[in-house]
Design a protein around this ligand. Sequence first.
Ligand SMILES: [Zn+2]
Length: 225
Amino acid sequence: MNSSLAVSSTLRIETYTLGLFAVHTYLLWDTQSKHAVVIDTGLNPTAVLEKIALETLYLKGIFHTHGHIDHVEGQAAIKQCYPDVPSYLSQEDDFWIEHLADQAAMFQMETPSGVKIDHGLKHGDVFSFQGFTLEARHVPGHSPGGICFWVPECHAMFCGDVIFYQSIGRTDFPRGDYDALMSGIHSQVLSLPDDVTLYPGHGPATTVGHERQNNPFVLRHEAKL
Ligand SMILES: [Zn+2]
């Protein structure tokens, strides 16, 4: 099921829930300039492509929060339609792309073909489009190259599998790190105002304020500081 949300007078976010792990693919666009970006690419993103065509959007980039298979497996389908649109992933997660076949085997999934990363991402990178900007914030721990994208114009953060509604990302994968994840959540996510909406890789959207007050992992970590 998809839901479209007006998040400012000109910005829209549409959420597509795709694939075996019900990962969210987000389409963010400005209704005036029609500039758009895709954040993460779940399996079979046909509806995303249809929406881009329907709204006559200019797709400017494909941004990956991290390299886990469910967040990248639909990328080739988008690249096929938009071969010149650049894709981005932290270089620290390149090893996940190199081992897509192993990831697929682990979950008895098909190995996605044609996933291609054009550019690395690092903490502090800012991508400016007409009507909105994405600021990359590095939060390792769920994966070493985990990136959250902060969009100040609509008080939104796309946080991948860093933090979920009253939960956090797994840290039992290779190169996972619980302490790094919690300290990244503290410094890069909870440093934002309470009314910022968090759009995670799975499950319902939430807010910084709600997680500050109700997330058991956050509460435990903050109590120790
Ligand atoms: Zn993940």
